[in-house]
Design a protein around this ligand. Structure first.
Ligand SMILES: O=C(O)C(=O)C[C@]1(C(=O)O)C=C[C@@H](O)C=C1
Length: 124
């Protein structure tokens, strides 16, 4: 939550008039730790945000677990291949993965897949 902004005429700007304001950002001059941290002073909206955030946090935990599992599996594949005299990388496979993420998520998918690949096999 941000404190309402006092205008030069002494009026306070309404919450809906500052959609670009940032809770905890540069213009937020309230003491640290005050407010609900939801970005709104409307209690019903704040409660809904807190409820939705529970699922967001659950999704984030799952994604972190999956990220770590994938990296470990990728390292196992690499170690298996190198131990058998094979190559460290298989670029044709990496291209398939990059394409899969690009098709599903667009340009951000490509960036995500690059990070995912680096987490497993290390930097190129
Ligand atoms: O599938 C493989 O062959 C892997 O080694 C795994 C992986 C990946 O993280 O997906 C990592 C490195 C390779 O260049 C290609 C793909």
């Amino acid at each position: 939550m941000m404190a309402d902004v006092m205008q030069s005429d002494g009026a306070q700007r309404a919450a809906g008039d500052r959609p670009d304001a940032v809770d905890g950002g540069a213009g937020d001059d309230r003491p640290a730790g005050t407010g609900t941290g939801t970005g709104t002073e409307d209690s019903a909206a704040a409660a809904r945000i807190v409820a939705i955030r529970e699922r967001i946090d659950e999704i984030d935990r799952t994604m972190i677990d999956l990220w770590q599992e994938r990296a470990a599996l990728s390292q196992q594949v690499g170690a298996t291949r190198i131990a058998s005299g094979g190559t460290r990388l298989v670029l044709s496979r990496e291209r398939q993965i990059l394409e899969r993420f690009r098709e599903a998520l667009g340009a951000d998918g490509t960036q995500l897949a690059l990070l995912l690949l680096r987490a497993g096999r290390g930097p190129l």
